[in-house]
Design a binder for this molecule. Structure first.
Ligand code: HEM
Length: 497
């Protein structure tokens, strides 16, 4: 009991000291924001979908809003103009990442690329990944693997569709395909549910995603990290041990079979780099494991969620689905499946994918950190602040997007706006130094799988459900996906049945 009292007194003194420091604003003008509570600041205003809560708050407080999450000063950016200032004009100031308990325990002390602080280490890691793992040449080398895996999924769906009007869990199918594509590219083989440990591969990846997205008191009150009031640190340490053993085993297997291989997965490429000592920084097994972990976590859920959302909207808008099928019939024909080389001719598909990614932002809030004091829109942002660019709000801004809640692929007719980070009103892959280094791969995977599923099957909702009744509830996470699985009835439509 005495210990608890002592701790409460320490917390109170620290808090009083913190408030004293923060109330002394030296005449600086800070961005507006809602009124906060003592100690917790604005944490109570955030629910299970914080990007939606921030959108509501931004309507009152504007495109540059100040909130305090526990002890962490946080700036929320909610317009394309302000996003451009943060991600382009002052990118050199905002390109770091804040401390993150989950990444600290799971990713070797934040040694992965996603969570690394800005500096020479991150720069070297990023250069190494973009040159050796995510280059166009490397992405193309996996083209036939992608074709085979997508065809396998179509075959399995076709077999299921033979049984009259079977309802399939499309979310699960897409996630499973995305896991297989990722594992084959990164590790050179697929991992089944029974792999990794008794909980199973996908369940553990799921757990990582869940823990990484759970608000951790240690991130908002740094001194609470060691106390682990929520029991999250214990779970994170347990998970990191399981993953570390798994990744060690994979590296050992690759070391043993290296000479017999013709095509190189990511592990082979990283082992080559380690042996050649060509990396411009100390590069050992720990770094290989951190990169492998990154690739797995960053790739699987994001692509799957984007595809799931686009199919959701196609099911909600049958006339768009029909129009896309028409384009596929004209460009590909009904005698064969879609190839990657068809994608550049599919203009309507491009519009459908852009509109799906605009309306359903898969990574709505990726945190950055200010490395120096800075003035944006005449407001002061202090060094160490967490910066959240709310891509979800930007992509639903009615001043830029008429009828922003509607799924209207036609809004991209005659428009040069694309998703590659130059147009600040549409940033599904971010922009600037910390933008997604696998943008090209992400676009290929999403376009290919959406096109294939729409080309090979007619889709119907189960139990007589009307398109407008299909829900769009979101589940915030590392990748924001559908809360409820997408269920639909496929009917094979190509002539080679
Ligand atoms: C549709 C699929 C994808 C979407 C929507 C997406 C989106 C994003 C976004 C929004 C960011 C953060 C930008 C920022 O901080 O401002 C990001 C970062 C990142 N993504 Fe992706 N991504 C996708 C696929 C992938 C894939 C397939 C990989 C790997 C194979 C990948 C690897 C990464 C990495 C390593 C980072 C961190 C970059 C850094 O901090 O320097 N992503 N992604």
């Amino acid at each position: 009991m005495a210990l608890i009292w002592a701790m409460l007194v320490i917390i109170f003194i620290l808090y009083a000291f913190y408030e004293l420091l923060n109330n002394n604003q030296n005449g600086k003008r800070y961005p507006p924001g809602p009124k906060g509570l003592p100690i917790i600041g604005h944490l109570h205003l955030l629910g299970k979908n914080p990007h939606q809560d921030f959108l509501k708050l931004a309507k009152t407080h504007g495109p540059l809003m100040y909130v305090r999450l526990g002890l962490v000063p946080t700036i929320v950016v909610s317009s394309a103009d302000t996003a451009e200032k943060v991600l382009k004009t002052y990118d050199h100031i905002f390109a770091s990442r804040p401390h993150n308990e989950a990444a600290y325990y799971l990713a070797y002390g934040q040694r992965n690329m996603i969570a690394a602080k800005y500096g020479p280490y991150w720069r070297n890691m990023r250069k190494l990944c973009t040159q050796h793992l995510l280059s166009n040449q490397k992405i193309n080398s996996f083209q036939s693997m992608r074709r085979q895996q997508v065809e396998l999924m179509i075959k399995s769906l076709k077999n299921e569709a033979c049984d009259h009007r079977v309802v399939v869990d499309l979310s699960a199918k897409i996630l499973s395909l995305s896991a297989d594509l990722t594992c084959l590219m990164v590790f050179g083989k697929k991992y089944m549910d029974e792999d990794l440990d008794k909980r199973g591969f996908k369940a553990l990846v799921n757990e990582v995603e869940h823990l990484a997205a759970t608000p951790n008191l240690g991130d908002f009150f740094p001194f609470l990290g060691v106390i682990d009031l929520q029991g999250l640190t214990r779970r994170l340490k347990d998970l990191s041990k399981v993953f570390d053993e798994f990744l060690e085993k994979i590296i050992d297997e690759h070391v043993q079979s290296r000479d017999q291989k013709q095509s190189k997965d990511f592990v082979d490429t990283l082992l080559d780099i380690m042996q050649s000592q060509e990396a411009e920084f100390q590069f050992d097994r720990r770094h290989i494991k951190a990169i492998l972990f990154d690739m797995l976590i960053a790739a699987m859920g994001t692509s799957a969620a984007a595809i799931e959302w686009i199919l959701t909207e196609l099911l909600r808008h049958p006339h768009v689905m029909k129009k896309l099928q028409k384009e596929l019939e004209q460009v590909v024909g009904l005698e064969r499946m879609v190839k990657e080389s068809d994608l550049e001719k599919l203009n309507y598909l491009d519009m459908v994918v852009k509109e799906g990614m605009r309306l359903h932002c898969v990574v709505p809030l990726m945190p950055h950190e200010a490395m120096e004091d800075c003035v944006v829109n005449s407001f002061h942002i202090q060094k160490g602040s967490r910066i959240m660019i709310n891509f979800y709000t930007v992509q639903r801004d009615p001043n830029i997007w008429p009828e922003p809640e509607k799924f209207l692929p036609e809004r991209f007719v005659e428009s040069s706006i694309d998703v590659r980070g130059h147009d600040f009103q549409l940033l599904p892959f971010g922009s600037g130094r910390r933008s997604c280094p696998a943008m090209q791969l992400g676009i290929i995977i999403v376009q290919l799988i959406v096109a294939q599923l729409v080309h090979c099957f007619d889709w119907e909702l189960p139990n007589g459900m009307q398109p407008c009744d299909l829900d769009v509830e979101e589940q915030f996470g590392l990748a924001t996906s559908r809360e409820n699985p997408l269920m639909a009835i496929p009917t094979y439509r190509l002539n080679n049945a």
